[in-house]
Design a protein around this ligand. Structure first.
Ligand SMILES: Nc1ncnc2c1ncn2[C@@H]1O[C@H](COP(=O)(O)OP(=O)(O)OP(=O)(O)O)[C@@H](O)[C@H]1O
Length: 326
């Protein structure tokens, strides 16, 4: 188990992480989300032992994680941290980079392991190419394979798929998490991309201004966000007054995702279309409702200035009323 107990940290005088505590069970896959600059990378670096905390303690199993002041070589033996910079050797081949820290005593074993990792990151065809000749996304894949090479107990990933095109990204994510599950490797992934999170992580930790504001089952957190900040990290979200949809004086503001709003010409609740953005399998309709901009997913494009009727399913309203902090 990873135990993070009341840690606080600052680079200068400004606090970056404030009294952060959580635990992660062995084999769990955790997403770390939050607005840019909230402290995600800093937290990963602290867990890996690259920064000394000012207050608090961290443990992996029963062993205390110590920062660089206590180690000749910073970093934890049983962890790997894949930073946003790839830290590869440009003049060596892809295979040499991946196998850099693997023992040379059993060359066949090493070769087999490098080949297995090349397959996971779909870089077999590039095995003998020098890293300096690779694209950004290819380098990212090599760095990922290198991080996996010595089978870490915990893998810390900082925006691991940021440079990789959509086509490869989905396959790579599936390969990677299958591998992590098979090998019982715990992972923490800092990301801005909800597709990195939703299918692949058990729990999501949300950071805001250096503090943890949620640690919940990923699906529950997405389906029932407790506040606007959390919901907006998953994408577009509307804030709609309950009183504008039902016969109540309740001033509660509900968080409603664009896919949860329904366009229905029979509805007496009206909005005016301001834009329609093609998103592949749907259009994102921008509309004005009660003097505010709202977004609705719809199967067709709609005309600017068109009046539309909108509704929210009853079950969504009652679910949100129960969950939201108001
Ligand atoms: N070496 C440093 N010295 C001083 N300040 C730093 C240093 N590294 C990061 N910071 C600051 O600490 C804060 C948190 O940075 P961090 O990189 O942890 O955020 P993040 O949540 O990972 O951001 P992003 O999502 O943009 O990668 C930011 O305000 C950043 O400017």
């Amino acid at each position: 188990m990873l135990t993070v107990q009341n840690i606080s940290f600052a680079y200068t005088t400004e606090p970056i992480l404030k009294n952060v505590s959580f635990t992660i069970e062995k084999g769990q896959h955790i997403a770390l989300i939050g607005a840019s600059g909230c402290g995600k990378s800093t937290l990963l670096k602290i867990i890996y032992g690259l920064l000394d905390v000012h207050e608090g303690e961290l443990y992996w199993k029963d062993k205390k994680i110590l920062g660089p002041s206590f180690h000749l070589i910073p970093g934890q033996e049983n962890m790997k941290y894949l930073s946003q910079g790839f830290e590869l050797q440009p003049y060596r081949s892809v295979s040499e980079n991946i196998g850099q820290y693997l023992s040379n005593f059993e060359p066949d074993l090493k070769k087999g392991r490098v080949n297995e990792l090349l397959e996971i990151v779909e870089m077999t065809a590039f095995a003998n190419i020098k890293v300096e000749n690779l694209s950004g996304g290819q380098k990212q894949r090599v760095a990922l394979a290198k991080a996996l090479a010595k089978k870490p107990e915990i893998l810390l990933l900082d925006e691991p798929f940021g440079n990789i095109d959509n086509f490869r990204r989905s396959a790579l994510r599936r390969n990677l998490y299958k591998y992590l599950i098979r090998n019982k490797i715990t992972s923490i992934t800092a990301t801005h991309d909800k597709t990195d999170i939703l299918s692949f992580t058990d729990q999501t930790i949300v950071i805001r201004h250096g503090e943890i504001v949620a640690k919940e089952n990923t699906v529950d957190l997405y389906q029932n966000p407790t506040d606007y900040y959390i919901a907006s990290l998953f994408g577009e979200v509307n804030q709609i007054k309950l009183s504008s949809f039902s016969d109540t004086k309740d001033e509660t503001i509900l968080l409603i995702y664009p896919y949860e709003l329904i366009i229905n010409s029979k509805s007496t609740i009206k909005a005016e279309v301001k834009g329609a953005y093609f998103n592949g399998n749907h259009y994102l309709i921008e509309a004005i409702f009660n003097n505010q901009v709202i977004f609705i997913e719809h199967s067709k494009a709609l005309k600017i200035s068109e009046e539309i009727g909108i509704e929210i399913p009853e079950e969504i309203i009652s679910l949100r009323q129960k969950k939201q902090k108001v």
